[in-house]
Each structure stands twice: as C-alpha cells, then as structure tokens.
Write a protein of this length. Sequence first.
Length: 270
Amino acid sequence: MKNILEAPFMVEMIRTVTNMYAHGWDERNGGNVSLLLDEAQVAPYLDVNAVVRTIPTGFSAPALEGKYFLVTGTGKYFKNVQYAPDVNLGIVRLTDGGETAQLLWGFTDGGKFTSEFPAHMMSHMARLAVDSENRVVMHCHPANLLAMTYIHTLDEREFTRTLWQMCTECIVVFPDGVNVLPWMLCGTNEIGEATAEKMKTARLVVWSLHGIYGAGRDLDETFGLIETAEKAAEIYMKIAHLPRVNTITDDMMHQLEGRFGVKAREGYLD
C-alpha cells in the first residue's frame, strides 16, 4: 500500500484546514470539513475491507450508502491536524443506509467524526442531488460574516445583495447567493435538516450568530467561496456605519453577468 499521508486528497485536506485555522475561521475546535471520496481514490492507500471499528451515525442517509468520506474529528483543533493527521482526521464508509460509519483509517485516539456529521451528510445529499460533482462540505466561523448577522437583516435576498455590493467578484463567485438560517442548536439532526434544505438553492448557508456552511466541487473551490463572502462581509463591517457615496449597482451586476457568463439568482436583481 502507498503511504496515505502522501495521497493528494490527504495533502490537500491538511493544507486546507491549516489555512482555515491561519485565517482565524476555526478557533479551538471550531469548524469541520468533510470530503467525499471514490473507492478508487482510497484503495491504493487502504485495505477497504479492513474495518477498524464501527460508529453509529444517529441518522439515516440511504443515498450515501457505501460512500467514503475524509472528515475532521469531534473536539479536534485544526491547528493540530498537520502534526497528527491520524488522530484528527478519519476516513469512514457509510453502511446500513447511512446509520453506521465504518472507520477505515484515523481517529487513532479512539475519537470519532465531528458532532456536525449529520449536518454534513445531509448537506452532501442535498448538493449531490443538484450537482453530482459537489464533493465538499465545509463549516467554519469567519468573524465578519458572524458579526454581520448581529446587525444586518437576515432576509436572504437583502443579505445576498449586500454582499454582492461589497466586491465586484462576489456575484461572479456566488451568483446563487447566500441562504440564512436563524439561530438553531448546533450538533442536532434538526439543524442538519434545515441546512440541507437551504443547500438545495445555494452553496453558502449562514448559521446566524454562529458561522457558515459552504459546499463545492473541491476543497479549493469551497474555501474560495467562503473566503470571498467573508471578504465582502469584512468590507461591509468597515463601512456599515458610514454614509455610502458609491455602490455596485444592479446595472453593474447585470454587466458582470454578461461578461462572466453567470446568472444571478432569480429575483435578486432589479
């Protein structure tokens, strides 16, 4: 078997979570990431028939039967992943209609996947139904997006339009906009179900007073998606208390649609 720590998906996961910590998005053990893998990606590095142990998931996900995921662990600090990936990360395969996770590698200290695992898996199901190439779900606590939920209306159209108006690239990067949930208790199936429902229409879902969920085709795309929204929120937080002399107008955004071949979410532009 090849060294799994040299697998491209492992190298990129370690690099990504380290970068997320460096950005200040994942204090302490805040945040979690899951990456959908194909068996063909995993098999050169692991005996897929050698199950270390099984872990109940506490939910049903028949659409993910037999799927493999590289996922961050519960209570784990992102700053430590690069030093002990086998402790802080795990590779699991879902069985029994998603009700059981077979641990194939990692969590060597006896740990398990993130407490937000249900929300991740439900979001994976929702995004795969929209785009079969979506393979990443990422949750973190970017400070400016979090701050914005304290002072901005949580209306999804208005929240999205404000972000679009902050940076020219925003409507190009996330033309599907941003969906928003009111505060809900984290780590529950209920917030997982609510997030998955929002994921049907947008790749970004803000958890008010908490953080954000992002989904994408790979780790780079998903990181960049959140990074762009957070940059826009940072600009908003810097100018929200000031009179706005200039702004990115709807006409400008329509020009961007034409230039970059994107289509803004229906009804979000005048």
